[in-house]
Design a protein around this ligand. Structure first.
Ligand SMILES: NC(=O)c1ccc[n+]([C@@H]2O[C@H](COP(=O)([O-])OP(=O)(O)OC[C@H]3O[C@@H](n4cnc5c(N)ncnc54)[C@H](O)[C@@H]3O)[C@@H](O)[C@H]2O)c1
Length: 269
């Protein structure tokens, strides 16, 4: 088992990538403390992991925009298990649409969840990771939108670049104290977040095609495909890896398309 006995906190654990990661970490023997806004789904997941998997899990209702909530989540892990080995700051929300259409409240909300939430996870986990003689690992959720500029979701794009900046800075600051800090940068993943953009009664196939139109590998990946990358980065298998944003994006951040994947019926300027 690849994280046997390790004490790991996962935020945004009740759905999508967080859920798939918690299940995989549990199968690989982790002792998990899971945080999410969704209490019912979080409690159910913790019970499933305890019943089915090699590890154990408890759930603490957590709003990652609240410093006291995130501190309570991390402290619960240390109180129950005596130490902390890792945290996956995964919780996040989508915000699609132009800068001109977004309100200041939209900005505040997406920054609070996607960037402040990650900062709070780092802030409250770091003292425990530094106190752990074996060191520890922070894994932050960024995105393909943290690696490249995208025109369709500028504020989300900005938060995910912010996560990359924080990740690299903390990696440099704590590399000599056995704390690794990395990020995972997914492309289009088949989770409720992505499907939240489909209007009621909308054509699922047409919508999925729009979502993957910018991805060289033309499909949605499963959350388990991201969970496997998260497991690698949080485990000792990645012992000399720190400060990276690992793209799990079907090639989206690698460069440009083959010519036949482009439309040519655009207006020339
Ligand atoms: N799905 C994708 O295509 C994709 C691509 C790149 C990055 N991501 C990132 O992956 C992460 C997980 O997204 P997902 O696709 O699994 O979405 P999801 O909506 O399935 O899951 C997100 C989870 O976060 C929780 N959450 C939201 N706000 C919270 C808050 N304030 N406090 C605590 N929990 C909160 C939700 O309740 C939910 O359980 C996000 O950070 C997202 O930006 C997703």
């Amino acid at each position: 088992m690849r994280v046997s006995g390790e004490v790991v906190v996962v935020t945004g654990a009740a759905s999508g990538i967080g859920r798939a990661s918690a299940r995989l970490f549990g199968r690989e023997g982790a002792r998990l403390v899971l945080g999410d806004l969704d209490e019912a789904a979080g409690q159910q997941l913790a019970a499933e992991i305890g019943a089915d998997d090699a590890g154990a899990a408890m759930f603490v209702r957590t709003d990652v925009t609240s410093g006291s909530d995130v501190k309570r989540l991390v402290d619960a892990a240390v109180e129950r298990h005596g130490r902390l080995d890792g945290i996956f700051n995964n919780a996040g929300i989508s915000l699609v649409g132009s800068l001109l259409d977004a309100t200041e409240d939209d900005f505040d909300r997406v920054v609070a969840v996607n960037l402040k939430g990650v900062y709070l996870g780092c802030k409250h986990a770091l003292p425990h990771l530094l106190a752990n003689p074996s060191g520890g690992a922070i894994l932050n959720m960024s995105s393909n939108g943290g690696l490249i500029g995208r025109p369709g979701d500028p504020l989300y794009n900005a938060t995910k670049h912010g996560v990359m900046g924080l990740t690299k800075s903390l990696a440099l600051a704590y590399a000599d104290q056995r704390v690794r800090v990395n990020a995972v940068c997914p492309g289009p993943i088949d989770t409720p977040m992505v499907w939240g953009g489909l209007e009621a009664g909308g054509d699922r196939d047409a919508y999925a095609r729009r979502v993957v139109a910018s991805c060289p590998t033309p499909r949605l990946a499963s959350p388990e495909e991201v969970a496997r990358a998260a497991l690698f980065l949080i485990s000792d298998e990645a012992s000399f890896i720190t400060g990276v944003g690992l793209a799990v994006d079907g090639g989206k951040a690698a460069g440009v398309f083959k010519p036949e994947r482009y439309r040519t019926d655009f207006d020339l300027l």
